[in-house]
Write a new protein. Sequence first.
Length: 78
Amino acid sequence: MINELLEKRDILADIAIELYGEWWIANDKFWNSPTELELREVESQLFDLGYDITDELTPDQILLASLLLKKIKGQGNE
């Protein structure tokens, strides 16, 4: 089940790239779109099954996420 959900998540990410561009996660039109809602559901199902996404993250991804969070909070105005 987890493998099928991971595959579905990858397909949804590919769809998001096609619809909203490489930086789809930063595109306002992505949020609350049908693609985002379905992706959210897949992530929820993975979480319910005990899948830990942090095992997939590279140090660079963690750093980028941290920088994005600071920017979103208004603290990263460099």
